[in-house]
Design a protein around this ligand. Structure first.
Ligand code: GLY
Length: 422
C-alpha cells in the first residue's frame, strides 16, 4: 500500500514512522513535509488547502490511501475532493469536520447527543460583552473565565484567566476584528485527550494522553499549539476510557451519522475529568499534536491497516489494538519568542538523533537544517514508566542545539510523581 500523508508537523513525521513499520505499507509520500520527513518519504510541494491539488498529487503518485493530518484542509473539504477522485482517504468530510471548525456546531451536536460539556455562549456584539462576562468566571464563583476565538486558531485563541480585565481585553480584541467569541464555564479537573479512530459508527479508542498547552513550566504563560505530551495516564481510573467511548464519542458519532454527515477519521475528544465525571472541552477532527507523537511510539498494531480499515468502513472487523508496555513522553523544542512571533532561520544541531521528530524545519542547499516554524522539533523518549521516558526525552534534548530554543522541563512530571488526583 502506498500512502500519501498531508501535513508538515511532528505529528506527520510520527505518522510516517508508524506507517513505515506496517508490513503492508511499501511506499510513503508526504506533502509538504519538512527536513526530517524528507529523509523517509518522497516529498512534494502542493497547496494542501486545495482539494484539486491534493487529489492530483494522489493520482500522480498512485496513492492507495491519503491521510490528512491538519484541520485546515479537512475543514476546507480536501478529503471530499480526494474521495471524489475514487481514492481512499482517512479524514472526515467538510461537513463532519465542522465538529472542530465550528464551535457552535460542536455544541449543538453535543446537546443533541446528551454529552456533558461546558455551558457556553457566543458573543458577536461588543455591546453584550460585559453582561455575558457577568454570567461566567469569577462573577458566578468559578475560578476563571474561559474566552475562545470561535475560529480555528491552532490552540492559540484561548485565554483562561481569573482576571476579568484580561478576559475582557481578549474578547474585545476579537470582536473589534469582527470575530465572534465563545465564553465557556470553567471545567475543573485534569485534562485528557482521547483519540478515537471512527468509521461512521464503529469507534476504536487509542491510548489516553495528556498534553501541555501553556508555554511555561507550571502551566504559566500564553497558550500554544502544545509544548509536550505523554501516554498512558497512570492516574486515570480504570474504566474511564470505556465510559468516554460509550457516553461521549459513540453518541456523538451516532448523532453525526443521524444528520447524514458520518464522521470517518480521527475524532479527538479533549476532556476534563471533573468530580462529576468526564466532560468535553472540545472536539477536534484529526490527530492531535503533540499527543500523537507519544501515542504512536507505543502502538504495536499496523497503523496503515488500521487507518485503511476506518477509511473503507471495515473498522468493526479490525480487532483489538496492541500496545507496547511502558510509557512515552514528548517534549517540544520551540523557537525563540514562540508562541508570539517566533524567530526563524536558526541553525539546528543534533536534529538527526533517534527519537527526534521534525516540525518547523527546512534543509538549506548546503545540507544545514534550520528552523522554519514556531514548534521546531518534538523529542520522544520511551521507557518502562513515565520517569524513564522523561529521562530519555530530556537526555536527547541535551544533545540538540537551537539558539534561543526553549522547552518545558516539567512534561509528565506531576504524573510521574503520582501527584495528579481527580
Ligand atoms: N494537542 C492539541 C491539539 O492538537 O489541538
Amino acid at each position: 500500500m502506498r500512502v500519501l500523508v498531508i501535513g508538515s508537523g511532528a505529528r506527520e513525521h510520527a505518522l510516517l514512522l508508524a506507517l513505515r513499520k506496517d508490513p503492508q505499507v511499501d511506499g510513503l509520500v508526504i506533502a509538504p513535509g519538512n527536513a526530517g520527513t524528507a529523509l523517509i518519504a518522497d516529498q512534494h510541494q502542493v497547496d494542501i488547502t486545495s482539494g484539486d491539488e491534493v487529489a492530483a498529487l494522489a493520482r500522480r503518485v498512485k496513492a492507495d490511501m491519503v491521510v490528512i493530518g491538519p484541520e485546515v484542509p479537512l475543514v476546507l473539504g480536501v478529503a471530499d475532493a480526494v474521495r471524489a477522485d475514487g481514492i481512499v482517504c482517512f479524514g472526515p468530510t467538510k461537513e463532519a469536520a465542522r465538529i472542530e471548525g465550528s464551535k457552535a456546531f460542536a455544541k449543538e451536536i453535543m446537546a443533541a447527543a446528551g454529552v456533558s460539556t461546558a455551558a457556553s455562549e457566543i458573543v458577536d456584539n461588543p455591546a453584550y460583552l460585559d453582561r455575558a462576562l457577568d454570567r461566567f468566571g469569577l462573577a458566578v464563583g468559578e475560578p476563571a473565565w474561559v474566552v475562545k476565538d470561535d475560529r480555528l486558531a491552532a490552540g492559540k485563541g484561548v485565554v483562561v484567566t481569573p482576571d476579568r480585565a484580561i478576559a475582557r481585553a481578549h474578547a474585545a480584541r476579537l470582536l473589534e476584528s469582527g470575530h465572534p467569541v465563545l465564553l465557556e464555564s470553567y471545567l475543573d479537573g485534569p485534562e485528557v485527550s482521547l483519540f478515537c479512530v471512527v468509521d461512521g459508527m464503529t469507534v476504536v479508542p487509542l491510548l489516553a494522553a495528556q498534553d501541555f498547552k501553556r508555554v511555561g513550566d507550571g502551566d504559566t504563560g500564553p497558550n500554544t499549539g502544545g509544548m509536550g505530551a505523554y501516554a498512558p495516564l497512570p492516574w486515570l481510573p480504570e474504566g474511564i476510557c470505556a465510559q468516554i467511548v460509550t457516553e461521549i464519542v459513540e453518541p456523538v458519532a451516532a448523532e453525526l451519522t443521524r444528520r447524514d454527515c458520518p464522521f470517518q477519521g480521527l475524532l479527538y475528544a479533549g476532556l476534563a475529568i471533573t468530580k462529576n465525571g468526564p466532560a468535553v472541552v472540545e472536539f477536534n477532527c484529526r490527530f492531535g499534536d503533540p499527543e500523537t507523537q507519544s501515542i504512536l511510539a507505543l502502538l504495536d498494531s499496523p497503523l496503515g491497516q488500521l487507518l485503511y480499515a476506518a477509511a473503507t468502513g471495515e473498522l468493526a472487523a479490525f480487532g483489538a489494538l496492541r500496545w507496547r508496555d511502558g510509557a512515552a513522553v514528548t517534549v517540544v523544542l520551540a523557537a525563540e519568542n514562540y508562541p508570539n512571533h517566533p524567530r526563524l532561520g536558526d541553525v539546528i544541531i543534533g536534529s538527526d538523533a533517534d527519537g527526534v521528530l521534525h516540525a518547523g524545519t527546512t534543509r538549506r542547499g548546503d545540507g544545514t537544517v534550520v528552523s522554519s516554524g514556531g514548534r521546531v522539533l518534538s523529542v520522544v523518549g520511551t521507557g518502562t514508566d513515565l520517569c524513564a521516558a522523561r529521562s530519555a526525552a530530556y537526555r536527547i534534548l541535551e544533545s540538540i542545539r537551537l539558539p534561543g530554543g526553549h522547552f518545558r522541563t516539567d512534561i509528565a512530571l506531576l504524573a510521574a510523581e503520582g501527584k495528579i488526583h481527580i
